[in-house]
Design a protein around this ligand. Structure first.
Ligand code: ADP
Ligand code: ZN
Length: 606
């Protein structure tokens, strides 16, 4: 039916447990393959599987995708007419459904519960699946009061197996799910939260827009992706700028009217290669599997935010990029945003801690997958081979002396100047400002000539990121010393900093790599998806998919996922039997699309 060669991770165990009538709690990261965990048991057991989901906007596409596979699926929520709902209920009672997706508020109505009672009399409920189960937690962002009432399922239908699923990993949320949904007896299936197909990368900002453009041109010339910015204004400007550069970029933020938002979102979902420039308002419930990159032009607020936002890339488990550019200015402005905010002191302290953890991640010199997972309490062996630090190990240097100079320059100038001015003083640059404040007469003037302005900026950024310096709101963000500066100034503690790659050198390096690849007659970077970008067969396969999707009014991935087209590209099937071996080509899709895609492939072969 699904056309896959094998189960992934815990899928088989979950499916067997549920098919045999057990309850389950499944914690799996985004893209881990949670849906199969309830879809297959619902097909195996007699009766209909009832799936509770708060993501109403997604139900229609989810159901369409299932129908394509030959699964008898339908949904009930506030978006459909009474007439259509009546039809679905008719099918339900006639045993004509394998899966029914239903919004929680609909499930809780007396009329629907009565329907369930009638079904249960014939033993016709296969299971209850509670998707996005973290919505029961009032501590999370997605709290849904109706989820609390779902215990009624257990009370009224004790013999029907239940499965709760979520991609939210933390222990308090897990305990709350168990308690609130009365899942004490349920077996827990906890997967690793590593998103191994996501390549994490953190770049030091010098000209963020151009860095973004270079990244997109080099690695994602035609791909769909998300660019996150902090402010609405920056979203609008960045989207306009990318459009000028020839990208199909659209803005999304809470300041746009609902019609524009929904139009842009639907273009992103239904068309190929759209870049969504957005604030964090965008993303919740976005189920597009082939988001190939997530770029951050501003810092996320926390590691949780970073993991969630980058996690929207690569749900189809093909390689995807998480790219973040950040600089000293970001650290200073994020800290100020917290300090100037309305929150209580306690809350601010928490926000500062969360930001510091993120900054620690940005500056870390070890495996990024390891750092991310450790934050969530999971061990990872490191050396993933898929993050910047593993692919191009970071150089560190003993910066004790430089840090002493940098710190004493802060002290001598009165702890109220920014990094730009401080580095002028260290280098011995006689600017108007330096003269105005008489800083050319200081003992620190010109003592740091060995480093250039970019290097001093790197030193200051890392000192701020590690909490040795902080920005002072009263002094308009000027830097001042913290307690942690003392042992360094006294020479009691040494400090090692990362050596930022010189942007000019980095650029030259990439050019050389490209030249080398061209010389070898191989213009493809490692990733299959990126390499396929300009392959005419790949383009033709995607065009065929788009054509079929348009005809049927569904998103392209509902026809075939990228991974399926990729497998076709690699396997080049020439018969229906061979086509059936392609991952993601089940019986129904083989019958529906097999000939059409074979025709296309054979044309290319001849
Ligand atoms: P989640 O809900 O956990 O985010 P999905 O259920 O949407 O994940 O699955 C993620 C992707 O992986 C989908 O494209 C799905 O078709 C694919 N997938 C799931 N299980 C398998 C499998 N066993 N083999 C191949 N692909 C799979
Ligand atoms: Zn790594």
């Amino acid at each position: 039916m699904f056309g896959y060669a094998a189960f992934r991770g815990e899928q088989q165990a979950v499916i067997e447990h549920l098919a045999a009538g057990g309850d389950a709690l499944v914690l799996m990261p985004t893209g881990g393959g949670k849906s199969l965990c309830y879809q297959i048991p619902a097909l195996l057991r007699s009766g209909v599987g009832i799936v509770v989901s708060p993501l109403i906007a997604l139900m229609q596409d989810q159901v369409k995708a299932l129908c394509q596979l030959g699964v008898k699926a339908a949904f009930l929520n506030s978006s459909i007419s009474a007439d259509a709902a009546g039809k679905v209920q008719g099918r339900l009672l006639h045993g004509d459904l394998d899966l029914l997706y239903v919004a929680p508020e609909r499930l809780m109505t007396d009329s629907f519960l009565n329907l369930l009672v009638r079904l249960q009399e014939d033993n016709a409920i296969a299971l209850f699946a509670i998707d996005e189960a973290h919505c029961v937690s009032q501590w999370g962002h997605d709290f849904r009061p109706e989820y609390r009432a779902l215990t009624v399922l257990h009370e009224r239908f004790p013999n029907v197996p239940r499965i709760a699923l979520t991609a939210t990993a933390d222990t308090p949320t897990r305990h709350e799910i168990v308690e609130r949904l009365a899942l004490e007896q349920a077996r827990q299936f906890i997967s690793s939260f590593d998103r191994a197909n996501i390549r994490y990368r953190v770049t030091q900002k010098n000209n963020a827009r151009h860095q973004l453009q270079a990244f997109l041109d080099a690695e994602h010339p035609n791909d769909a992706g998300i660019v996150y910015c902090l402010s609405r204004k920056k979203v609008d400007e960045t989207a306009a700028w990318l459009r000028e550069k020839g990208r199909d970029a659209l803005p999304y933020h809470a300041g746009l009217d609902a019609a524009t938002r929904s139009k842009n979102q639907s273009r992103f979902l239904r068309e190929e290669g759209v870049v969504m420039v957005a604030t964090v308002a965008f993303g919740m419930g976005i189920d597009k599997p082939n988001v190939r990159f997530v770029a951050h032009l501003d810092l996320p607020k926390s590691m949780e935010g970073y993991y969630q936002e980058t996690g929207r890339a690569g749900r189809d488990s093909l390689p995807a990029n998480a790219w973040l550019a950040y600089g000293l200015g970001d650290v200073v402005s994020m800290r100020q945003m917290i300090d100037n905010g309305e929150a209580s002191e306690e809350r601010k302290r928490l926000e500062r801690q969360k930001l510091d953890a993120l900054l620690g991640y940005c500056e870390s010199t070890t495996c990024r997958h390891q750092t991310v997972l450790r934050y969530f309490g999971e061990e990872h062996p490191g050396n993933c081979g898929a993050c910047d630090n593993c692919l191009e190990p970071v150089d560190t240097w003993d910066a004790t002396q430089a840090a002493q100079m940098a710190l004493s320059c802060v002290y001598r100038t009165g702890q109220r100047f920014g990094a730009g001015h401080l580095s002028d003083v260290l280098i011995g640059k006689l600017t108007d400002r330096v003269e105005k404040f008489n800083h050319h007469t200081l003992s620190t003037f010109g003592i740091g000539k060995e480093l250039n302005a970019a290097q001093w900026s790197s030193v200051y950024r890392q000192l701020v990121a590690s909490g040795i310096l902080e920005s002072d709101i009263e002094a308009y963000g000027g830097l001042k010393l913290t307690e942690a500066a003392r042992p360094i100034l006294r020479g009691e503690q040494s400090i090692w900093l990362r050596r930022d790659a010189d942007p000019a050198i980095q650029k030259a390096g990439r050019k050389a790599q490209r030249a080398e690849r061209t010389a070898q007659g191989n213009n493809r970077p490692r990733e299959p998806f990126a390499g396929a970008n300009d392959d005419p067969l790949w383009i033709a396969l995607k065009a065929k998919r788009t054509e079929l999707a348009r005809e049927q009014g569904v998103p392209p991935y509902v026809i075939f996922h990228d991974s399926t087209l990729m497998d076709m590209l690699n396997k080049r099937p020439s018969t229906l039997d061979e086509m059936a071996q392609v991952s993601g080509v089940g019986q129904a899709k083989l019958a529906r699309y097999g000939d059409e895609f074979l025709g296309l492939l054979n044309n290319f072969a001849s």
